[in-house]
Design a protein around this ligand. Structure first.
Ligand SMILES: *Cc1c(COP(=O)(O)O)cnc(C)c1O
Length: 372
């Protein structure tokens, strides 16, 4: 089969041929042609959140986690106190990196099948005045929960707390408007809902907090204040840029805009999600989350109850048919995940369901119905 496998994963994900073709050229890192691309990407990114007047955007080399780490280290003072609202694996990662950056960190635990609670946050902020910043994962990719960004942002604003949002798997698809939602920093990356290739992240920082960030980072390479200052001064990245990733992102953003921007992307992913849910329920599968808290980004399904089920074999049989599934990331129940994002539509989702049906057949399993 010479067609690339369809990646039903939360990044890297399936990209268009046009995006891939953008990577066929070499670019000099200080050449004006390349600097123009960087500038164009930064302008387009700011437009997506309507942050042209209030925010800057700072690109950073590396996977998405690099940018989360850089955001925490740049925005939170060394004697700051970070409260992480934890309803899943990516929240735990954010808490871990915050502690490793030497910032005091408190984790507020929530059920991984539920949204984090703005009311509980308010109670906590009333009780503990030492908290300086809150970390929220917008779409918790671990289970797929859509967390209440607006309410959390409003609560942080009310109590004068900084807010750092990991919007990695939501940016470009779920609505985020910097004019209505107050945050200090918001982090996303090239290889998620913008449908670029992986290799760089970017952090929106509110202009009002940017000046205060000078000298906070204990890391040279991850200092976003420095990266921003250098980029403003020279138009260049401070250190070797991921040139091919940047030009691919520029091409991906052009297609994003042609498609109709964030509303159109959300509409397509929602169609993907519905197609998937309908198809999988025909096969007996049960989603892990209540649809009321489910983002149309990635869906966690209970594993089939049949004793012949085993994820590795299931994965291999679906892979043979051209579809890459994703293992579950929950601690209590056995699950697997299917992403709805990437340069795919309902046709690919129908085919994915068909591949899953055949994988079950291969394993001699009559139904995807879970044990519970
Ligand atoms: C993908 C993702 C990240 C970043 O993961 P990397 O593997 O470092 O790219 C961070 N947070 C969330 C919520 C994600 O979905």
């Amino acid at each position: 089969m010479d067609r690339d496998k369809i990646l039903l994963t939360p990044g890297p994900l399936t990209t268009t041929l046009r995006t891939k073709l953008a990577m066929l050229r070499d670019w000099g890192s200080w050449d004006s042609d390349f600097n123009d691309v960087t500038a164009r990407v930064r302008r387009s990114l700011l437009k997506i959140i309507h942050g042209q007047d209030t925010h800057v955007v700072v690109p950073l080399q590396g996977s998405g986690t690099f940018s989360v780490e850089a955001a925490v280290a740049t925005v939170v003072p060394r004697d700051g106190h970070v409260l992480v609202l934890d309803n899943g694996a990516y929240c735990k990662r954010a808490a871990k990196l915050t502690s490793m950056m030497g910032r005091r960190c408190t984790v507020m635990a929530f059920d991984e099948a539920a949204q984090v609670s703005p009311v509980a946050l308010e109670v906590k902020l009333t009780a503990d005045a030492s908290v300086t910043h809150v970390v929220l994962i917008h779409c918790e990719t671990g289970a797929g929960v859509w967390n209440p960004l607006q309410e959390v942002a409003d609560t942080c604003e009310k109590y004068g707390k900084g807010l750092i949002v990991d919007a990695m798997s939501s940016f470009g698809a779920l609505p985020i408007d910097a004019r209505e939602t107050r945050f200090d920093a918001l982090v996303a990356a090239s290889g998620k809902c913008l449908e670029g290739v992986p290799g760089m992240g970017f952090v929106f920082i509110r202009k009002a907090v940017l000046a205060g960030c000078e000298g906070r980072s204990q890391s040279l390479a991850m200092d976003l204040h420095d990266q921003h200052a250098y980029m403003e001064r020279t138009g260049q990245w401070r250190f070797t840029p991921p040139t091919h990733v940047v030009v691919a992102l520029a091409e991906a953003i052009a297609q994003f805009e042609e498609e109709g921007g964030q509303p159109a992307r959300l509409a397509r992913y929602t169609q993907n999600y519905r197609t998937l849910i309908h198809g999988m329920s025909r096969l007996g599968f049960m989603p892990f989350l209540d649809p009321a808290v489910q983002a149309p980004i990635i869906v966690t399904f209970h594993a089939p109850g049949d004793s012949r089920y085993e994820f590795r074999a299931f994965y291999a049989f679906a892979r043979e048919r051209g579809f890459i599934l994703y293992p579950g990331k929950l601690t209590q129940v056995e699950t697997f995940r299917v992403g709805c994002i990437g340069a795919i539509g309902p046709n690919e989702m129908e085919q994915a369901v068909q591949a899953v049906a055949l994988a079950l057949e291969d394993m001699g399993i009559a139904s995807g119905e879970p044990a519970i």
